[in-house]
Design a protein around this ligand. Structure first.
Ligand SMILES: Nc1ncnc2c1ncn2[C@@H]1O[C@H](COP(=O)(O)OP(=O)(O)OP(=O)(O)O)[C@@H](O)[C@H]1O
Ligand SMILES: [Mg+2]
Length: 257
């Protein structure tokens, strides 16, 4: 089983979009998938159609130990079904509440170890911050996937992210590695985008996926309907791109044993 944390402390670079659509694509490839939302914004849960969940247990109760993870996991019936551990705004209290909890870094890892259903991939959607919740995700993960938006010079942000990954690797999680880099929101009309692709590939020659996700209005529209791109418009360039990304994720995992 691979546990992949989608991390970039820059906001709006398609972390949530990539978790949802790569997850849906992996499910279509026949993989057993769980998507975990740990972002207090709850965007992944909303994008997948889980709104108004205030009566349901979420990642927040699971981390605090007041709910069993197996009771909080829900199934999303997309083109192929996949599971989601949703969250909502309650999670915003977690950071402060957990400050004095010993061993808090491993709370998510321990919760995932209690899951009774077998999964091939667990994808974790992180908030745009290197906070305690993101540290928990990095501690639970076998790999990090970094989504990078082609329109911003992204490598400045890496100056914080990569050392954080190294620290977690040294202290909390020896198996952690950068498993992949997804370049998203590419617009071929912008010359800066091409420069950014070059720079990202130079920095992450092995890790950068060959498939580049272009700007695609269908990808931005689908969440309004609580749908992933395969439910909303399977013929779109966005659906095609995330299908290829899923295949690359599978292939890389096999290559790296
Ligand atoms: N390939 C794409 N084409 C067009 N729009 C996109 C694409 N990918 C993502 N978007 C849109 O860009 C916005 C930001 O995406 P998303 O919410 O996935 O980013 P994020 O990194 O999760 O943001 P945050 O840091 O706030 O969690 C969303 O409105 C999303 O629909
Ligand atoms: Mg997000």
């Amino acid at each position: 089983m691979e546990i992949l944390a989608f991390v970039n402390q820059k906001g709006g670079v398609a972390k949530t979009t990539s978790v949802l659509n790569a997850g849906a694509a992996l499910a279509i490839e026949g993989k057993r998938i769980l998507l975990v939302d740990i972002d207090p914004q709850g965007s992944l849960s909303k994008c997948a159609g889980f709104r108004n969940i205030d009566k349901e247990p979420t990642t927040y109760e699971v981390i605090k130990g007041s709910a069993d993870i197996n009771d909080a996991i829900r199934t999303k019936n997309g083109v192929a079904p996949y599971d989601i551990l949703p969250t909502d705004i309650r999670m915003s209290g977690a950071e402060i509440e957990l400050i004095s909890v010993p061993g808090r870094d491993t709370l998510l890892k321990e919760a995932l170890e209690n899951i009774k259903t077998p999964y091939d991939y667990i994808l974790i959607d992180c908030s745009p911050s290197l906070n305690i919740l993101t540290l928990m995700a990095l501690t639970a993960a076998t790999g990090v996937i970094i989504p990078i938006a082609a329109q911003y010079m992204p490598l400045d942000g890496m100056a914080q992210l990569l050392p954080t990954i190294d620290i977690v690797k040294k202290r909390l999680n020896k198996r952690l590695k950068v498993a992949g880099v997804i370049i998203t929101m590419y617009d071929s009309r912008r010359s800066l985008d091409k420069e950014i692709i070059k720079a990202v590939k130079a920095k992450f020659p092995e890790e950068t996926y060959k498939t580049i996700v272009r700007n695609n209005s269908k990808i931005a529209e689908a969440p309004t309907f609580g749908k992933d791109i395969f439910e909303y418009d399977p013929k779109s360039t966005g659906a095609e791109a995330y299908k290829e990304i899923a295949q690359e994720i599978i292939k890389k995992g096999v290559e790296n044993g």
